[in-house]
Unconditional design. Sequence first.
Length: 239
Amino acid sequence: MSQEREAPDYSLTLDDEAVASYLRTHPDFFLRHGELLTEITIPHRNGGAISLVEHQVAALRDQNTRLRRQFHELVEVAKENERLSRRLHELTLRIMAATSAGEIFRRIRTTLVEDFGADAVEVRIFAEPAFLEEEGGEEFTGAGDPVAQICARVIERGEPLCGRLRREQHEALFGERHEEIASAAVIPLTNSGWSGLLAIGSSDPGRYHPEMGVDLLAHLGDVASLVIDPWVAAPDRRD
């Protein structure tokens, strides 16, 4: 009577690490034994088991979906950056065409609120005005303004700060409206021996955050500083 051959018990000589090590050193194993790909089964996240080939196809499909999503997100970011760049260019032209400091500040506020969706815009110049105007001028708060000391590190840092400010900074910059503002971008203004701040506030806590790019904000700060500079009585210009 013939006896049925028993399958060899490899568990006596092989363990998971040995199998894994063999496959690493023989990456062409499944090229030589392709039929095994349809016999090997692995757990599926939805329950049950699928073949290694089906698993690989599903993994590639998921990867493709993620890549398509990332691509669309990058396209949207590029479109938004283009829109912001265009609006910033228009703002630059508007403030460069202003004929007084008051008009510069009004155009900055109006454009940031209407075209950039800001909920609050505050400008502080820690110096005296070079020319007296019939109206406005409250933006020139002088070198002794306590806000200059409270926000000294932002000014020294020399680049925009985005996100949630320290409570004292928040209250000092936005005053009575500070409770309405959930996130902010604070842009240093500096030129010819004077400094200042342009603070943009939003009621949306996610509108301004530490991880966001600040290149456009920095550019706005550079342009605003340059345009405001002739209207500032900086110390080195005094007789």
